[in-house]
Design a protein around this ligand. Structure first.
Ligand code: TXA
Ligand code: MG
Length: 498
């Protein structure tokens, strides 16, 4: 008999608190900033449980009583803050029947607490948390905190991801935790969205880089609505998104061998290629250029949408012109409001910065915008690429090169070199990684393990969190110029206040 109550099963390390390896002492527990707020709201509607594998015990790295002491400490802290965890489900074994992803504890809760698993959720930062949910008939939500970003490659493409606990809770509760109007947005299914696109509507949809605001390439009036919604100058050309290499034939006949090799290697994925365009591609898509930018996104919802709409979809990032790009559905609503378009919620974008734009209409490949695919990876196929110079506005090759772009509201200052201590509580810091400095103001760390791809995933969400705090200024430090460091540096340079 299925139960009657709904529950949220929380992983411990990396989900409600930092994952600092095998903990042996309560002093090592560091909660995330949003843990208390989120759990308070969740428990109004859901029974809460913690389910944690503590394999350090069987490995002899910590003792069972260490683990127990730490869990009691966490439980007390939560209780003192008005949060009730119904039960702590701890697996101390290496191999056994109760270790996640085996659904033992889900079934135990179902029996002992009258839980309806089909209406319940699991939140965790490891792919096995999602398998655990699937195995027990609950719904899994994957967070990018803890080890989440590191294990992304092992997570099936169709599983949506969330920046943090707040993001995941908003999905569960169907509203923003800060009370802003979320429910008024026109959320829709992929099938509905595909129909809307065919009828000349505008749809915001998730891609692996950032959310796009899309319309059918071959319906100029629909495309015009995108420019209106974004407040974007008409000379800015858009990227046409396709779901299948065959769709490219509707846009260009100019596919060189280099292009074919790049497509083979990197599509679907965060690489946009610029080709000479076919006559029938409307000027409004290409900004009057004789070229067209095309990419095949790898997000499964984007692919399904384009394929069902059965036409290339032109889409810029779904933000107001010149502002920070959205990596969640909630960011889209923050930027564009709720009117004039429909929205598909696909969780957080897994790459986090826009695609790399490479023009193939010159003798040598020309890099127009650093992005989610590293230049090193491209050069392995093409040999050395040329870098476009900062353009004059008049002969803009690629407006993504516009100097002011991706801007937060707060004055944003870019620095190079080693970060310095910050004595000012009204100054926020945006850092690549932990570097042991002291700060009186808020700090966002883009990657605790100093990984440039992880930094890219977190960049825009971290900029937004700092921007919301009404600080006097934000100081950002440049990343190393390797991997996706180039793309992140490009964005924070453009965000910086001149
Ligand atoms: O990751 C992305 O590329 C995201 C997602 C939604 O796919 N889209 C995106 O679009 O960032 P948007 O419009 O914000 O940036 C498109 C970039 C701009 O730098 C634009 O100038 C360049 O692509 N672009 C588009 N068409 C072009 C063309 N025909 N020639 C040169 N550059 C072009
Ligand atoms: Mg974990």
């Amino acid at each position: 008999m299925p139960g009657t109550k709904k529950a949220v099963f929380l992983d411990r390390d990396g989900t409600i608190m930092q994952d600092a390896g095998y903990l042996s002492n309560p002093d090592q527990v560091v909660f995330f900033d949003d843990t208390i707020t989120v759990l308070k709201q969740l428990q109004n509607e859901y029974e809460l449980f913690v389910v944690t594998n503590q394999s350090g015990i069987s490995k002899g790295l910590i003792t069972a009583s260490d683990a127990e002491r730490i869990n009691r400490h966490i439980d007390k802290f939560l209780k003192d803050n008005g949060i009730k965890i119904n039960e702590w489900y701890v697996c101390p074994h290496k191999t056994c029947e109760c270790k996640k992803p085996k659904p033992y504890f889900l079934h135990k809760a179902e029996k002992d607490y009258d839980i309806d698993l089909s209406g319940s959720w699991v939140i965790g930062d490891h792919p096995h948390d999602i398998t655990f949910a699937d195995n027990g008939g609950a719904k899994g939500l994957y967070v990018l905190t803890g080890h989440g970003a590191r294990h992304l490659d092992e997570l099936p493409h169709e599983v949506p991801v969330f920046h943090n606990l707040t993001d995941a809770a908003e999905r569960i509760l169907g509203r923003r935790l800060d009370g802003t109007a979320h429910h008024k947005a026109n959320f829709c299914s992929i099938d509905q969205a595909a129909l809307l696109l065919q009828r000349g509507g505008v749809v915001a949809f998730p891609t692996e880089t950032v959310y796009g605001l899309g319309a059918d390439v071959f319906q100029p009036e629909a495309i015009a609505k995108i420019f209106e919604l974004k407040g974007r100058p008409l000379f800015n050309p858009l990227i046409a998104h396709i779901s299948d290499p065959d769709m490219l034939e509707r846009l260009t006949e100019d596919v060189s061998r280099t292009a074919a090799r790049l497509m083979d290697a990197f599509w679907p994925g965060p690489l946009t290629l610029v080709f000479r365009k076919d006559e029938n591609v409307p000027d409004i898509v290409t900004g009057g250029n004789q070229t067209v930018a095309v990419r095949m996104p790898s997000h499964p919802m984007a692919m399904e949408l384009i394929s069902k709409a059965d036409s290339p979809i032109a889409a810029p990032s779904a933000n107001a012109f010149g502002k920070t790009s959205p990596t969640t559905a909630a960011h889209v609503i923050e930027q564009l409001g709720t009117d004039g378009y429909s929205l598909i919620d696909g969780g957080a974008s897994r790459v986090g910065v826009e695609s790399t734009v490479l023009s193939l209409v010159h003798n040598r490949p020309l890099l127009l915008r650093a992005g989610g695919l590293s230049v090193e990876a491209i050069e392995k196929i093409t040999g050395p690429v040329e870098y476009a110079k900062e353009p004059q506005l008049a002969n803009l090759e690629s407006p993504g090169m516009l100097a002011s772009h991706y801007s937060p509201h707060t004055p944003f200052i870019l620095k190079s070199g080693e970060p310095e201590d910050n004595p000012d509580s009204r100054t926020g810091l945006l850092l690549f990684t932990d570097c042991g400095i002291e700060s009186s103001g808020p700090v966002e760390i883009l990657s605790h393990r100093a990984n440039t791809a992880e930094a890219a995933i977190n960049l825009y969400a971290a900029m937004r969190r700092l921007d919301r705090l009404n600080l006097e200024k934000i100081i950002a430090y440049r990343l190393p110029e390797e991997g996706l460091g180039k793309a992140v540096n490009d964005r924070i340079t453009k965000a910086s206040t001149k």
